[in-house]
Design a protein around this ligand. Structure first.
Ligand code: NAD
Length: 437
C-alpha cells in the first residue's frame, strides 16, 4: 500500500523505514530540506540501532523516497501518517500543536477525496476530533484517525517491527480496515490490536507515559525516604519489584526521567485535563514532575558535598549526556541538566558520551566534550555517572585512579557494580545508598 509519513524525526524516520521494510511504498516528507536530502541519500538524521541499515536497504529498493512537498504527498497516496513534534508550549505546560495544525491545514488544501490522515504524534485528547472537523470543512469525505506511537528511543526499530500492541482510534470501519491491512505483518507477529474511538486512543498514550513516569518518581520518592531513614533503596526496589503485580521494570532509583516525551507529556496531560474539567483527577502528575526534577537537584547537592561544599576550581567528569543509553537524543536530558548546573556553579566540566556529543555540544556549548573516557576524567575531583551506557560497566576502575585528582564517584543511576570500584580505592556514592553520606 502507498502512504506518506509527514515529519521525519525520531518517530517518522523509523516509522517510514519500517513500513517500507514491510513492503509498503512510502514517501517521507519534512519541512527540513537538509534532513530530506540526507535521508534521500540513505543517511539517518538520528542514531538508532539497526536504522542505518534499514534505511539504506529500503531507499535502495525504491520503496522509500523522500520529499519536502505535501502536495506531492497528497498526489502520491491516500493514507498520511502525521509524525511531527508536539513539544511543550514556550509559554506554559500545554502541548504546542502548531506543527500538527500546520500540516493539517496544508494537507487539507491538497488531499484527494477518501483520504485518511492518521496521527501518530502525542496530542491532547480531543485533537483528532478537532482536526477531523477542520479537514472535513475542506475535503468532505476525508477522515482523521489516531494511532499513537509507543516506540522507545534506543530500541525504536525493534519496537516498531515487534510492537506489543497497536492502538487505533477511528471514526469508521473503513479507517479501521485500512490500518489493520497496513499493519498485517505486525499483527501476524503477535501485536495485540485495539480499535477504539479517537479520544480513547489519544488518552492511551498519555496514560501509559503517566503510569511509567509515576513508577519512576515513586521509587525516587522511596529513595529520598531511604536516605532519611538510613535504608537501602536498591534492596527495597528489588524486593518491592519482586511482587509480580508490581514488577521490577521502571523501579530504578536514580536521576529520574527526561527526554522529549515523559516530562512534556505529563505536563500536557495535566494541562488538558484541567481544560476539560478533570484537572483534579491527575493533579498527582504535578507531584510526579516535582519529584523527578528534585532528583536533578539532589544529584547536584550530593555532588557539591562530595567536592567539599563548592564547585569553584573543581574539575568534574560527566559520564553520559543523552537522556538514556542507546540514543543520541539530549532533549530535556537529566544528565545535561546536572552538567549545566555544576558548570554554572563554577566547576570545569568534561563530558563523555559515546553517541550524543554533537547534539550535546549544540544544546550546551560550555563544557568540554570528548569521546575518550580517561580524557573526560583527567584530573577530576569527582566523576558523575549520569547516563547508564553499557560502556561504563566495562570501565576498569584501577586504570582510572592515576588519571583523576580524587577517586570519588557519584553513581546517580545506581547501576555500577560498587565492589571493583571500592576495591580499586574509589570512594563510591549513590543516591539512596545508606553508606553514601
Ligand atoms: P522530532 O522533533 O524528532 O521530529 C519532528 C519532525 O517533524 C522534524 O523533522 C520536523 O522538521 C518535522 N516537521 C515539523 N513541522 C513540519 C511540517 N509542517 N511539515 C513536515 N514536517 C514537519 O519529533 P519526534 O521525537 O519524532 O516526535 C514526534 C511525535 O511523536 C511527538 O508528538 C512525540 O511526542 C511523539 N512520540 C515521540 C517518541 C520518541 O521517542 N521520540 C515516542 C512516541 C511518541
Amino acid at each position: 500500500m502507498r502512504m506518506t509519513v509527514i515529519g521525519t524525526g525520531y518517530v517518522g524516520t523509523v516509522h517510514a523505514a519500517c513500513m517500507a521494510a514491510m513492503g509498503h511504498e512510502v514517501l517521507g516528507i519534512d519541512v527540513d530540506a537538509d534532513r530530506i536530502a540526507s535521508l534521500a541519500a540513505g543517511r539517518a538524521p538520528i542514531r538508532e540501532a539497526g536504522l542505518d541499515e534499514l534505511l539504506a536497504r529500503t531507499v535502495k529498493s525504491g520503496r522509500l523516497r523522500f520529499s519536502t512537498s505535501l502536495a506531492e504527498g497528497a498526489a502520491f497516496a491516500r493514507t498520511h501518517f502525521v509524525c511531527v513534534g508536539t513539544p511543550q508550549r514556550p509559554d506554559g505546560e500545554a502541548a504546542d500543536l502548531r506543527c500538527v495544525d500546520a500540516v493539517t491545514d496544508e494537507l487539507a488544501r491538497h488531499l484527494r477525496p477518501g483520504s485518511l490522515v492518521v496521527g501518530k504524534s502525542t496530542v491532547p485528547v480531543g485533537t483528532a476530533a478537532r482536526l477531523g472537523r477542520r479537514i472535513a470543512a475542506v475535503v468532505p469525505d476525508a477522515e482523521v484517525a489516531w494511532n499513537p506511537e509507543f516506540l522507545r528511543e534506543g530500541s525504536a526499530v525493534q519496537d516498531s517491527m515487534r510492537p506489543e500492541r497497536i492502538v487505533v482510534g477511528v471514526t469508521s470501519a473503513h479507517a479501521e480496515s485500512v490500518l489493520r491491512t497496513l499493519y498485517t505483518p505486525l499483527l501476524r507477529a503477535g501485536a495485540v490490536f485495539f480499535s477504539t474511538d479517537t479520544a480513547t486512543a489519544e488518552l492511551v498514550k498519555v496514560a501509559a507515559n503517566s503510569f511509567l513516569a509515576t513508577k519512576i518518581s515513586f521509587i525516587n520518592a522511596m529513595a529520598e525516604v531511604c536516605d532519611a531513614a538510613g535504608a537501602d533503596v536498591t534492596v527495597l526496589a528489588a524486593a518491592v519489584g519482586a511482587d509480580s503485580r508490581i514488577g521490577e521494570l521502571f523501579l530504578e532509583p536514580g536521576l529520574g526521567f527526561g527526554g522529549s516525551c515523559f516530562p512534556k507529556d505529563i505536563r500536557a496531560f495535566a494541562a488538558r485535563a484541567e481544560e476539560i474539567g478533570a484537572g483534579e483527577a491527575v493533579a498527582f502528575l504535578h507531584e510526579v514532575d516535582r519529584i523527578n526534577t528534585r532528583q536533578r537537584e539532589r544529584t547536584v547537592s550530593r555532588a557539591r558535598r562530595l567536592v567539599g561544599g563548592s564547585f569553584a576550581d573543581r574539575r568534574v567528569a560527566v559520564l553520559g549526556a543523552s537522556f538514556k543509553p542507546g540514543s543520541d537524543d539530549v532533549r530535556d536530558s537529566p544528565s545535561l541538566a546536572v552538567a549545566a548546573s555544576v558548570a554554572r556553579e563554577g566547576a570545569t566540566v568534561r563530558v563523555h558520551d559515546p553517541q550524543a556529543l554533537d547534539n550535546a555540544r549544540a544544546a550546551l556549548p560550555d563544557p568540554t566534550y570528548t569521546l575518550d573516557i580517561p580524557k573526560a576524567c583527567e584530573q577530576a575531583d569527582l566523576v558523575l555517572h549520569l547516563t547508564p551506557w553499557p560502556e561504563y560497566q566495562q570501565i576498569d576502575p584501577r586504570a582510572l585512579v592515576p588519571v583523576v585528582r580524587h577517586p570519588v564517584l557519584l553513581d546517580a543511576r545506581n547501576s555500577l557494580d560498587a565492589r571493583p570500584w571500592r576495591a580499586a580505592g574509589w570512594s563510591l556514592h549513590a543516591l539512596g545508598d545508606p553508606t553514601g553520606g
